[in-house]
Design a protein around this ligand. Sequence first.
Ligand SMILES: [Zn+2]
Length: 115
Amino acid sequence: MAMNPEQAAIARRRLGWRNQFERDVLARDSHICQVCEKPATTAHVITARRSMPVGGFVPSNGIALCRICHLIAKDSHRFGDQKYKPEVLYELIGSSFEMAMQEALEHSKRFDNPF
Ligand SMILES: [Zn+2]
């Protein structure tokens, strides 16, 4: 289905947030997986993007992970691995759900249409 111009503008803006988020998180975490210390490949969104303004693409909601840790973290509830629970991931980067939500809300105020 084709996007109308407004939807296309929002999609471009979200892609910009995503790219900035990726760069900021990987740089902050020195491109090292914060769980297993292998080279990181991804900035993982800790709280699901639909549960937070601006898609949760703020550094306090992101953690650098390697490919394997990212796969597990995305499905942590299914794997039941305590190491990858959101609370644990937030603690590894000195953040929390509340801090991430606050940063996302502040970020969203800078835009007319956060989504
Ligand atoms: Zn890892």
